[in-house]
Write a protein of this length. Structure first.
Length: 362
């Protein structure tokens, strides 16, 4: 496998990451691969010729067997599962179980589904208790991904390419602990030169978007509020109580701060970066929201960089959902939990938040 381009990407805290464009066999095992992404129809792992699953099978790696004992299964929300770690050069398989996409919005749908691939990668990296293969520095070295779902699954190659480049760039520009993402094209791919030109265009487009992400010099907000919109009845009273307790409190709330435009995601991430702390309201449906999990994962990554003050303050507001059913990245973080009916009063919750943050009123 040959690397033909390596784009260096500086993360928020100045860690150097790389998006590598490669041509060759994506199953090449001449060097270690922490996570290799493949795609399949749901529950269909037949090792057909000229497929990545078939090439893996020829190397003695059966995706069907790995699927029987998964380390992480996020198919209900992110269309992906991850194998347990293997004692071989290709350590884990991430399988993207493609759902058919139709209609004029198929490009948007592809982006949403590929976003699930990278959320799953972040989840397996960040959820330490689930047994990931990180090195001593807590960083994966290499994630490798081909042009997913464009063979028998029939997705548009250019739309899929754009989505992968965008999601890879934004993940690396954030604080996800992965050094390199390798995007691999087959040497016999149809219109290979056109694909390579498109990669350069896609990279420049996403770099324009990412340029709107600012490295904060000082904090503009005290708290970034991360919440699911369907839980506003639980969230809004706590926010109101916070503002009553601290008249000068500066809060970033999407519905108050985001202006209409193409780069709302960059505006949202800027709000996160410019906040002293992030308050995540973990309600029953919070993990089902891609935006909420993007915010939570980014907050976990940023929390690793805050040596002297806790950046992430998750608030357990579950009502019917069992805590054990939450994604591992949430379970491993100590949540501010309400233990009694009295503790669930908005004023009580607000005061506990402020005390935990070292900013109690008065």
């Amino acid at each position: 496998m040959k690397t033909i381009e390596s784009f260096p990407i500086r993360s928020l805290y100045n860690h150097e990451r790389f998006l590598e464009i490669c041509i060759g066999d994506v199953t090449d095992s001449s060097s270690p691969v922490d996570i290799l992404c493949v795609s399949a129809f749901p529950n269909d792992y037949e090792p057909l010729p000229r497929t990545v699953i078939g090439a893996l099978d020829a190397k003695g790696i059966s995706v069907a067997q790995l699927a029987l004992d998964k380390a992480l299964d996020m198919r209900s929300t992110w269309h992906c599962w991850v194998s347990k770690e293997q004692d071989r050069e290709i350590r884990r398989i991430l399988c993207f179980e493609h759902r058919a996409m139709v209609g004029a919005s198929s490009s948007r749908q592809i982006g949403d589904q590929v976003g699930g691939v990278f959320r799953t990668i972040r989840e397996i990296v960040l959820a330490k208790e689930d047994g990931n293969g990180m090195n001593g520095e807590g960083v994966l070295d290499c994630v490798r991904i081909p042009l997913l779902a464009t063979g028998d699954q029939g997705e548009d190659r250019l739309n899929m390419l754009d989505a992968i480049i965008r999601q890879a760039y934004l993940s690396l520009a954030g604080e996800v602990p992965v050094r390199r993402v390798q995007f691999v094209l087959r040497p016999d791919a149809p219109m290979l030169n056109n694909l390579l030109v498109r990669i350069g265009q896609a990279f420049e487009k996403v770099r324009t978007e990412a340029a709107q992400l600012h490295t904060p010099v000082e904090h503009v907000f005290d708290y970034f509020i991360s919440y699911r919109h369907d839980a506003r009845d639980s969230v809004d009273p706590v926010v109101a109580a916070l503002r009553t307790a601290r008249k000068d409190l500066r809060l970033f709330i999407d519905r108050e701060q985001l202006a209409p435009g193409n780069f709302w995601k960059a505006d949202l991430m800027n709000g996160l970066r410019r906040s002293a702390q992030v308050l995540c309201f973990i309600t029953d449906t919070y993990p089902e929201s891609p935006e909420c999990m993007d915010e939570f994962h980014a907050s976990v990554c940023m929390n690793r960089e805050h040596k002297h003050r806790r950046f992430l303050l998750p608030l357990d507001l579950l009502t019917t959902r069992d805590f054990a059913t939450l994604p591992g990245s949430i379970r491993i973080v100590q949540c501010l939990k309400q233990a009694s009916d009295e503790d669930q009063l908005p004023e009580t919750i607000a005061n506990r938040i402020l005390k935990l943050a070292g900013a109690a009123p008065g």
